[in-house]
Design a protein around this ligand. Structure first.
Ligand code: AGP
Length: 608
């Protein structure tokens, strides 16, 4: 939700900022802007639409200066218009960019209006810049004026501030929204995500909650929320920079779908031996596994669907109760925590506001411990959880989550087996499961080989307005994930139901215009699912079945059959995910939507 970049250098920072914004577009892309401080004052460009619209403005009228801030927006308060785009100004000499939400913006706005401030936008952000301007009247030092202002704000923020007579520094701060400092040689930077700065540095400092930072060309000084100077460690980024290139693919999403065999291997690497799950992957404190009596999983969106699959695994393999809940619900209710409950969060980004709030709440509720399964090692979620299992999927740029989901499932499978081993799973069964996991990357590759066939099937969805996904058992959360993927990127309304629920209502929707996507695993539910399909066929529904050939569904009339490799049932949810990702991708391409940056969405949801 919004991305910010800031830079101070001995060279013109315009190109650095624009490149940073392009790399942050995944966080929001309805409008963008840049403010650059040069010896003549602070000048800016803002534009509605993607960062390219801003680049076009720079092409006509370049801005030149050695200090600047920039922003790409995902609208919360006020429509995506140029007036609402950041940077926001107070007067023409003080500019600010902001990621987050200021919850008390209304009383602050009233207060500022009473003092004579005029508002030019509908945003919550504009109050911050006027408050700093007001604070400067009694405290002329910009750093101190910012620090004083932040104490008045409720909500979440990461900000960058420039002022026209400050030619040797700019100020940034974070609380509740991510912000990282990039350390260069005679130049320093800030950004919402280190990916935004990989073209200028690989050295990063992760700011803590409440930190305010003063950046000059030669120095980065960090103050905590008590105003005390703090030393924070520098980390060196070790991802392959090429991971952010599209390579031979037309879209990041397709590249990320095809990366899955490789990243699932990376997720398994070092976590399983030939016969066992290696509990050392949970760190030195893996002793917690034997004490777990319950598991609470909390997450959002796609990550929540991964959690739903894990409930089946944990209850089946370990025999322990497991509940799964969306973070935005969990955080606002009174939760009963049974003795010795593991609190497990799932997040690709590790910055999702609701998941972070749920974790912070859980830490006060007496859980056994907190474990984060996450893809971003430097994220807030990882830093604030007692234990971490990284998914090792590498940067995921496409807004629609693909490889992050299947690696979450892989990490959850490792976790489920590890918990089960402490609860009586036999060594023989553990070995069987580990052998299955070792074959997972190859099966995922097999599933990808259906790509050309699925592309043809996708053509038939181009004119559809609705779709229904069905699954039973672990295939139900996969049906939910398939329907989320389809609606996210193709804008086709899709719903998912446990197949047994069909006759309790949704069957009324079925007619010749309703495609039904059925996920048919080869297990003891097969015959029951076949009956559900008969119910659909009898009502003229158009059936798209994803199953292995031994189900014998490939020869049925009125069924469009897509083959999925036959695998151990524990792997079915992961392997069945692949064709659904491909289906939604190809449908979106046929419909001509913006696959990597679908409308109204953002990759990292750092606001409530
Ligand atoms: C999935 O395609 C979506 N982008 C979205 O549902 C996402 O999974 C959700 O916002 C949670 O994000 P997280 O995994 O980074 O916490």
């Amino acid at each position: 939700m919004c991305g910010i970049v800031g830079a101070i250098a001995r060279r013109n920072v315009a190109k650095i900022l624009l490149e940073g914004l392009s790399r942050l577009e995944y966080r929001g892309y309805d409008s963008s802007g840049v403010a650059i401080n040069n010896l003549d004052g602070v000048s800016s460009h803002r534009a509605v639409g993607k960062v390219q619209a801003l680049r076009d403005k720079f092409a006509v009228e370049p801005l030149d200066g050695k200090i600047g801030i920039a922003h790409t927006r995902w609208a919360t308060h006020g429509k995506p218009t140029e007036a609402n785009a950041h940077p926001h100004f107070s007067g023409d000499d003080l500019a600010l960019v902001h990621n987050g939400i200021i919850e008390n913006h209304e009383p602050l706005r009233r207060e500022l209006k009473a003092k004579g401030y005029e508002f030019k936008s509908e945003t919550d952000t504009e109050v911050i810049v006027h408050l700093i301007h007001d604070a400067l009247k009694t405290e002329p030092d910009l750093l101190k004026a910012v620090q004083n202002t932040l104490t008045k704000l409720h909500g979440a923020f990461a900000i960058g501030v420039v002022k026209n007579d400050e030619n040797d520094r700019f100020i940034a701060a974070r609380k509740g929204s991510p912000l990282v400092v990039g350390v260069g040689i005679e130049e320093n930077f800030v950004a919402s995500d280190q990916l935004a700065l990989l073209h200028v540095t690989d050295q990063f400092i992760f700011l803590e909650e409440g930190d305010v930072v003063e950046l000059t060309r030669d120095q980065v000084t960090i103050f905590d929320d008590n105003g005390e100077v703090q030393e924070r460690p520098i980390s060196v980024f070790n991802h392959n920079v090429d991971a952010t290139d599209k390579g031979e693919f037309r879209h990041y999403m397709m590249k990320e779908i095809y990366e899955q065999p490789k990243v699932i291997s990376a997720c398994l690497d070092g976590r399983i031996s030939e016969t066992k799950v290696l509990t050392s992957c949970f760190g030195a404190e893996s002793g917690f596994l034997k004490d777990i009596e319950n598991v609470h999983i909390v997450a959002c969106g796609t990550s929540y669907h991964a959690g739903m699959v894990a409930k089946y695994w944990i209850e089946d393999l370990a025999g322990l109760p497991c509940s799964v809940e969306v973070a935005s619900e969990y955080r606002y209710r009174k939760v009963a925590v049974p003795k010795n409950t593991l609190f497990l969060t799932l997040s690709q980004s590790g910055e999702t506001a609701d998941t972070l709030a749920a974790l912070r709440m859980a830490k006060e509720l007496g859980y056994l411990t907190t474990l984060a399964i996450c893809n971003v090692p430097s994220s807030t979620l990882v830093r604030e959880s007692a234990l971490t299992l990284l998914t090792n999927a590498g940067p995921e740029i496409g807004v629609a989550s693909t490889k992050a989901f299947t690696t979450q499932l892989t990490a959850l499978l490792i976790t489920s087996v590890a918990i089960a081993v402490e609860n009586g799973l036999s060594a023989e069964k553990e070995q069987e499961l580990v052998q299955a996991m070792r074959s997972l990357p190859a099966y995922v590759s097999d599933a990808l080989s259906q790509d050309a066939h699925i592309k043809v099937v996708a053509d038939r969805f181009a004119n559809k307005h609705n779709a229904l996904f069905l699954g039973r058992g672990t295939m139900f959360p996969i049906a939910l994930e398939g329907s989320l993927k389809l609606k996210e990127i193709s804008y086709i309304h899709a719903e998912a139901y446990p197949a047994g629920e069909l006759k309790h209502g949704p069957l009324a929707l079925v007619d010749e215009d309703m495609p039904i996507i059925a996920l048919v695993p080869h297990n003891d539910m097969l015959d029951k699912l076949k009956s559900n399909l008969q119910e659909v066929a009898a009502r003229g529904g158009e059936l798209y079945v994803f199953a292995d050939k031994d189900t014998d569904l490939n020869n049925e009339e009125n069924i469009t059959f897509t083959e999925v490799p036959k695998v151990d049932s524990i792997l079915e949810p992961i392997v069945h995910t692949i064709p659904l990702q491909l289906l939604s991708y190809h449908v979106a391409v046929v419909k001509g939507t913006d696959v990597d940056q679908p409308r109204n969405l953002a990759k990292s949801v750092t606001v409530e």
